[in-house]
Design a protein around this ligand. Sequence first.
Ligand SMILES: [Fe+2]
Length: 338
Amino acid sequence: MISLLSHLSYVAITSPDVEASVKFYEEQVGLTVVDRIDGDVYLRCWGDYYRYSVVVKPGPEPSLATMAWRTTSPEALEEAARRVQEAGIAGAWVEGNAIGRAFEFVGPWGHSMTLHWDAEHHHAEGEAASIYPDRPSRRSRFAGAPRQLDHVTIATSDVDAFVRWYVDVLGFRFMARTVLDEAPISVFSVLTTNEKSHDLGVVLDGSSRAGRVNHYAFWVDTREELLIAADTLMENGTDIEYGPSIHGIGEQNFLYYREPSTLRIELNTGGYRNYVPDWDAQTWKPSLGSNNFYRNSRMPMSMTESFPPADGPSATEEGVPDEIKDALLNPYAAHGRG
Ligand SMILES: [Fe+2]
């Protein structure tokens, strides 16, 4: 298949309190507001190449409104739309802010995706302009401010089938997966459209609610900046949910925290680049350190929460059987690995 998608361009999320979320992105994360249109707020990281990378929309619950990918060409946009429709998904052509004509559809597991070719390239002027020609705007003065949007990780009831569909229909590269030590159940996979180890993550969702998101992530240039961001968040009263540490899959340094809507945000840096077109995706086990490279810490229970919250007490993450949840959270103790 010809390459259809080039990279994740923005995520649109909902928040019950848009102003509280926007204030957090400005004051705790280091993003800048660029547009306010019909109640939606558009924000950017200092190094994002296009006008914005995050849209905060009003909504009753934290959720992923859409995840947007830029195609590799105008022809690739038409081809991607054709392939989605051929796969039985109707979709619709829409006009987006600073992205022109875009194809929006809801995938088989309930996740909205927006594909576009046009994109307004950002060139800051005046105070915000960089002295360096390749930078869309000057480096943020905010400690630990992310340079760019990095990836999004959704939740789905069938990780392997989700991967197959997005590989077959849209040409994502399948990079790695995690299967439980105890049972042949896929709990995590990573897909990419470029040299990054992933720009789309997939976690198992034990709930009956479709279209959920687990987190989305920003990129900082160095591990030092990630540690400074962790320090700054702590000083500003924001709890760190998990990390800083290193993932086995992808080998990125990671740090997780929550924004006021409770939606989870990750900061990433480091990791390997992989541009092998016929990469052979390997199967990891939790005990091999798929989530934690050092195999020495437990993932907090809260990390299994996805958004919006699952409906009803019987259909929450508790839909994941206890023994599987235990294995996910504490694989090292379960396998006697120190
Ligand atoms: Fe992630």
